[in-house]
Design a protein around this ligand. Structure first.
Ligand code: ZN
Length: 218
């Protein structure tokens, strides 16, 4: 017990002797603490302000783009396919009609028509409505000289009633490439005059060509 008091007494004496240094030390510690707090708070302020836009952009871009692209591509790909007219000055002389019957002048009967007949100026060129690979070149007793272009993804275009085709099977053709001329080679549509019988198939099934022609063509 005595020792303890003695020690406390010595401690008080030490405090009195060194009060000036102790106060100085406390002040220095306090100033140091204030500086530390100021620096930390500055850092805290500057972190979200400076880094937020810098960090978010590079994070958003690489995350969004690779996710969006593979998802969008297979969905969007068929949508931008817009055909050009197979005959530039073409007028529709017999329309697409799969839900109704149309008059076939040559056959003298009403039946469906699975494509659009485009007439034009004499011997006017028939052009690929869209780029692709020529998958068939041939002659059919009813459809005349014809060319089929495979555009990929199950989409094909058929051009009948051509003059002698000027493309060969396996040839890659660009949109607008000449395939032949309009003619009356289709014996089932001879009386309609020179034209191309243009039809479109998707996965082997006839589809409405107007789904792919620029809006305003009908
Ligand atoms: Zn036709």
């Amino acid at each position: 017990m005595d020792k303890k008091y003695a020690r406390n007494g010595k401690g008080k004496a030490f405090l009195k002797r060194n009060m000036y240094y102790i106060i100085m030390g406390v002040c220095i510690l306090a100033i140091g603490a204030m500086i530390t707090v100021a620096v930390i708070s500055q850092k805290k302020d500057s972190v979200p302000v400076d880094n937020t836009p810098v960090v978010e952009d590079p994070v958003d871009d690489p995350v969004d783009d690779p996710v969006d692209d593979p998802v969008d591509d297979p969905v969007v790909q068929p949508d931008p396919i817009v055909f050009s007219l197979p005959v530039e000055s073409g007028t529709v002389i017999k329309d697409y009609a799969m839900d109704s019957l149309v008059w076939w002048t040559t056959l003298r009967l009403y039946k469906v028509h699975d494509g659009i007949d485009f007439g034009g100026e004499e011997n006017e060129a028939v052009k690929a409505a869209y780029g692709g690979t020529v998958s068939e070149v041939g002659y059919d007793a009813l459809k005349g000289n014809y060319v089929v272009i495979d555009h990929g993804n199950g989409l094909k275009t058929f051009y009948g009633s051509l003059s002698e085709p000027v493309v060969v099977k396996g040839q890659n053709v660009a949109k607008g490439a000449t395939l032949g001329n309009i003619s009356t080679s289709a014996t089932n549509e001879m009386s309609d005059g020179p034209h191309v019988h243009f039809s479109v198939t998707k996965d082997g099934a006839i589809v409405n060509p107007y789904d792919y022609l620029p809006s305003g063509d009908k």
